[in-house]
Design a protein around this ligand. Sequence first.
Ligand code: BGC
Length: 885
Amino acid sequence: MKHLYLTLLLVALVSCSKTTHFEIKTLDTDEPRFSWNYESDAKNVKQTSYRIIVASTLDGALKGLGDLWDSDVINSDRMLYIPYEGKPLQSRDKVFWKVFATLSYDKNKTVSVESDVKSFEISLLESSDWQAKWIGHDFDDDILVGKTRVAARYLRKEFNLSKNIVEARLYVSGLGQYSAYINGVEVAPDELLKPALSDYRKRVYFNTFDVTEMLKNGDNAIGVTLAGGRFTAMRYNAANPDYDFTDNVLHFGTPRMILQLEITYQDGCKSLIVSDESWKITNRGPIRTSNEYDGETYDENYELGDWTLPYYDDASWLKAELVEAPKGELKPQMNPNIKVQDTLTPVAIFKKDDKCILDMGQNMVGVLQINLNGQQPGDTITLRFAENLYPDSTLDVRNLRGAEATDHYIVKTCHGASLQWKPIFTYHGFRYVAIQGLRDIPNPTNFHGLVFYDEMQTTGSFESSDEVLNAVYRNAFWGIRGNYRSMPTDCPQRDERMGWTGDRATGCYGESYIFDNHLLYAKWLDDGEDCQLDNGSVSDVFPPYWRNYTNSMTWPGAFITVADMIYTRFGDNEPIRKHYDAMKKWLNFMKNKYMFDGIMMRDQYGDWCMPPESPEFIHSRDKDRRTRAAVISTPYYCYLSGKMAKFAEILGLTDDVEYFKNEVSTTTEAYNTKYLNHQIWRYDNNTVTANILPLFFGMVPKGHEDDVFENIVDRTENLHDGHVSTGVVGIQFLMRTLTEYGRGDLALKIATNDTYPSWGYMVRNGATTIWELWNGNTADPSMNSGNHVMLLGDLILWEYEYLGGIRALEPGYKKIQLKPYPIDGLDFVNCAYNSVSGRIESNWKRDGNHFEWEITIPANTEAEVWIPTKNGYKIKTLGSGKYQF
Ligand code: BGC
């Protein structure tokens, strides 16, 4: 069985005999784009021409016959996102493709290379492709108030296939979450919490699987388990006073599904098995409830036996009902599902009262798989998850707010050594687990912490001579991946877990070095456009499971910066093209509603989560001392308008280029008139954030940049003793601004501090991820997640782009700048990034004045190499290869 997905097609074309995998993928478009890159040790490799052939059969492609499209030989070095220009493609079409290229290398050698054949399928593109109907059933025992409790639905159908099967495809969506089984075997058991999240009023994702091998000639059965996921609101009922947001929560309904199984026989005939009233359904199965906040309860007393095999007696089951289809359009899911990508075993197990406490050694996101001996009928095993322990080693769950974060397993039969279980429709953010109800004293091998997040490559690595920096990087790595749940979430543990936009506005750029998050973020922008109201307003959370339309520049601004990230880092301008109108509509809405005399007045969150108890800010809500709304929003409006001018240029919208450039200059002027003190070159009340935004955004009157910068240095060094003083907004630009203006040493100090407030302080106090608050160890637990990534600001970006010095001069790293900053205090930095254009490396070490540097420039790219010297840099332009200086 092979799973089908993927948009970005990367193929390594190599001059030696290295092969690439043959995979099947589906696309949600009839206009695919082709990309590849090279692996080569040769120097100065340049692609001089390429030819793409696209065939309808594997054989055709192997023979190099492009019956669907032959691009002919194109003399070009282009290798990213080349649009298909062949015969029109339709739903279900199979497509095989291959690239031939000629390369020049060394001085004047040439070589012809060709890729393996890659393939994909076009998914179901039209609503008329669907014969299946949405089915489900409302049960009286569903609890849809407060902490909602909905038992999983089990749906099944038997069918006979009377001929030899050559191919079968399963198209399925189960809302909120599903797992599917054919003839007793789970379909893609390694893919979890599927399908991807969306605003179900606007779109619903379905998955496609190749299930040819799972079916047989004769009697077959298919079964699907469904859970509420985010389709059934996890908190619901305005009457419940515990939850502020309840009247603001999106509730779509109880679980339902649509499924279409398409079978092709040897003789060319086809069969269709679809979801309809002929299916049977029950909610009397073992998953008694599941909820992402509260956990899952599994009761063996309700086990259904071989319900996914043929000849099962389902007489007591009900008839499935046709239910209202979600309003959203059915769309093939292009971003991969969540998968287990790491496994931990506990580093310590100890008894505390009647519980057994596991310490996973790491704040992780996923579930705990248990493998237990000796449990007896009637036992209930309770697993409660938490990030923290109290000093007396009991579980500290205060920062989970209302999330129960508890799994239950109820035992019916004698298990001996064989009780193995993991929940399938929930996840937890935890380091510690308190387990109740165990018979034997377990050992670490009885438990596996399954670490899961959206399937994606780890593309970057960074290490330096500084241990604090390395430890913070490691915490960031865990925090970032732990907060990918088919949308980037704020946190994975408490009753929130929302796609809070502001947390990622700049973080996404840094993240893109560590992880190939291209498809995840492209999908998140679709969520962004889906949540736009008719008036143009965009929610603070994508998808808007919480309807927070508070209209700031900073949070929804991620709609624009994320598209910019995808363009600059992955070279893909498709999201810009797709969402440009919506972005413009949003900016216009903000301008028309909240801009007065060139000043944007509206902001909701301020410089969120500034370090409290610092000499300057007693509390971030201290009115006189915080960076005020207009001082955040107006520069941000300029910044985003500048990006829009760039987008308009990419799209060839000349009037818009002028318009947005004009917005930048008129707003800048109004802003400087109102908020810049032209005598002492300070902005407003002189916070670091008030000065850093206009400086980074290029709004400071020419010639006075250093004056404004001095305020930032003065505040940081003298008032804050070399510590961070900004909140989530200012910190997005802090490290880069300090370094750009010549105070890399101060940036390094901030990055390597371990005194309060700092990332290193978190490490010193036992953090293994990044805290929501600088004082996460002492703050009020009600807003104090141990696993938020927003405070990282531009730290990761700075590590790759300044310390390592790897930057994109052209989108997608077709042109690279390598410009390291060997800041005093660091002896070495090793930094590598597998970009869409190939692998880039920058490893340097220094010993006093002696500096050594090794770099790798990928084939078919060019780098502007800035070699550090005593008095600055010497610049060289180099082609691909490995170099040492
Ligand atoms: C979330 C943040 C979010 C913020 C907005 C918090 O509750 O956890 O990450 O950005 O609200 O103010």
